[in-house]
Write a protein that binds this ligand. Structure first.
Ligand SMILES: [Zn+2]
Length: 233
């Protein structure tokens, strides 16, 4: 008994459903991973900002210590200035004081800049921590929702695979011998509907004889891509 196109059409619809559900199930873990990556990036952003604040604080501390050393030195120079024995010595100490005062003033500017930078980093950190919290909450929700969805899809897959088995059981024996190896390698790509006068899979135009056969409800393979063709509904 030749296979009729209603059963081929039905099988193709079920195979497409199986492929769609499997695809959705496979995408689930990827989507979960993507949202976890996003949360990790947000946490990294917070950690990096904290690190930067710490580094700047250390730099400010270092410069403040240096400033105290300059101040102690200036105090020392002042004593030497008062104890200078002659003009030359006096002038030399005075030049030194001027140079150190200048260096100290540059240092003060640098410290001020670093402290300002720390302030702006702290503001940035508040923003990043807020974003991170939101992203982490969203990640939790997305994950729970996807896991729930995957469970539903797995149930659906079992149901549709059952339908597939039942429909496959109705295949005439000679077509079943063609069908099983074909579907094993090509799955839902094993079939395509007739598209006007062309193969709905590869778009190749079909000879009139083949189109006639299909229109009479007899599935035939496309000579170009090998998909079994059937009359669309
Ligand atoms: Zn084709």
């Amino acid at each position: 008994m030749p296979v009729n196109d209603a059963i081929v059409r039905r099988l193709h619809q079920i195979l497409l459903q199986v492929a769609d559900i499997r695809g959705q199930i496979e995408r689930g873990p990827k989507q979960i991973k993507a949202s976890q990556t996003k949360a990790q990036q947000a946490r990294d952003g917070v950690a990096n900002c904290k690190d930067e604040i710490k580094k700047n604080r250390m730099e400010a501390d270092r410069k403040q210590l240096q400033q105290r050393q300059y101040e102690a030195k200036l105090y020392e120079w002042q004593g030497k200035l008062n104890a200078a024995n002659n003009n030359r010595e006096y002038q030399a100490v005075k030049d030194q004081i001027a140079a150190d005062t200048q260096a100290n003033s540059v240092l003060s500017d640098e410290i001020f800049e670093i402290l300002e930078h720390i302030d702006s980093l702290q503001n940035k950190l508040v923003g990043l921590e807020g974003e991170c919290k939101t992203i982490e909450e969203d990640t939790g929700k997305v994950q729970a929702k996807l896991q729930e969805r995957i469970l539903v899809l797995q149930g659906e897959l079992l149901r549709v695979e059952g339908e597939l088995k039942a429909a496959e059981g109705e295949l005439p024996e000679d077509f079943a011998a063609v069908y099983h190896p074909l579907v094993k390698t090509r799955a839902e790509e094993a079939f395509a509907p007739l598209d006007d006068r062309s193969c709905g899979g590869c778009n190749t135009g079909l000879p009139p004889r083949v189109v006639d056969q299909l229109r009479q409800g007899h599935p035939v393979p496309c000579s170009s891509c090998g998909r079994w063709l059937y009359r669309p509904e």
